[in-house]
Design a protein around this ligand. Structure first.
Ligand SMILES: Nc1ncnc2c1ncn2[C@@H]1O[C@H](COP(=O)(O)OP(=O)(O)O)[C@@H](O)[C@H]1O
Ligand SMILES: [Mg+2]
Length: 235
């Protein structure tokens, strides 16, 4: 398994936000975490990229331990790419400069080449010199994705990336996003509260309840019609 999360527990205060969370992901797979607001989805992503330290449990990526009871790999050393809901592009940098920002170890020529590659990937080559405020929401979203993919991350995390887009654009970008990620073969975790987003993008959907992960396929689409005993815990 490429990503392994074992018995992860975490609390901000007294109550456990994440409680014995287990999840294994194959290389190249896109997994969606589908859950209501406040269910702990963003917290799982924060733990994965090292912005929070778990109280207990283990996370490994590509066979390397990121965190367990003895070890903690710093966020910048984890090789994880992130796309947030608000794109978080640097406003004073052009599209190309935004993308190059993450390419620290690259020489000048390699930087330019990789920037061109990812701009082509997201179909935005003509906009390299623009500033973020000169782009539509959908275009900003694609640049944020290009920036996250540029350093060839081992794992890509996307936290509700469509929340700021209008409904029509959301539908268009859904299928685009899947295609782009699949072209790169990047293992990805996509967090959303929108079931249609999950269905359109994910190879596998899991959901969260009381801080743990459950396979969505084992749950009826209308939760109340389905007895909880039949939910199966994720392996
Ligand atoms: N920095 C924080 N300090 C204290 N509580 C937090 C913090 N961030 C999130 N929480 C709480 O943790 C729970 C899970 O939050 P979050 O992971 O953001 O959920 P989701 O992304 O599913 O909406 C919520 O009850 C939220 O209020
Ligand atoms: Mg969230």
């Amino acid at each position: 398994m490429f990503v392994q999360i074992k018995d992860l527990c975490f609390s901000y205060g007294k109550e456990n936000t994440i409680q014995n969370f287990n999840l294994s992901i194959n290389q190249g797979q896109i997994v969606s975490i589908l859950g209501e607001s406040g269910s702990g989805k963003s917290t799982v992503l924060r733990l994965l990229c090292g912005l929070e330290t778990p109280n207990r449990g283990e996370i490994s990526i590509g066979g390397d331990v990121m965190t367990d009871d003895r070890r903690f790999v710093l966020p910048e050393k984890r090789g994880i790419g992130m796309v947030f809901q608000d794109y978080a592009l640097f406003p004073h940098m052009t599209v190309a400069e935004n993308i190059q920002f993450g390419l620290k170890g690259y020489g000048r020529k390699a930087k330019k080449q990789r920037t061109d590659e990812v701009l082509e990937l997201v179909n935005m080559t003509t906009l390299a010199k623009r500033y973020p405020h000169e782009l539509s929401g959908g275009q900003q979203q694609r640049i944020a994705l290009a920036r996250a993919l540029a350093p060839k991350p081992s794992l890509l995390l996307l936290d509700e990336p469509f929340s700021n887009l209008d409904a029509d654009l959301q539908i268009k970008i859904r299928s685009e996003l899947k295609e782009i990620i699949k072209q790169t073969g990047t293992t990805s975790i996509f967090v959303t509260h929108d079931r249609e987003d999950s269905k359109a993008i994910a190879d596998r959907i899991i959901t969260m309840r009381d801080g743990s992960a459950y396979d969505w396929d084992s749950i009826c689409t209308i939760k109340s019609e389905f007895p909880e005993e039949q939910w199966t815990t994720v392996q």
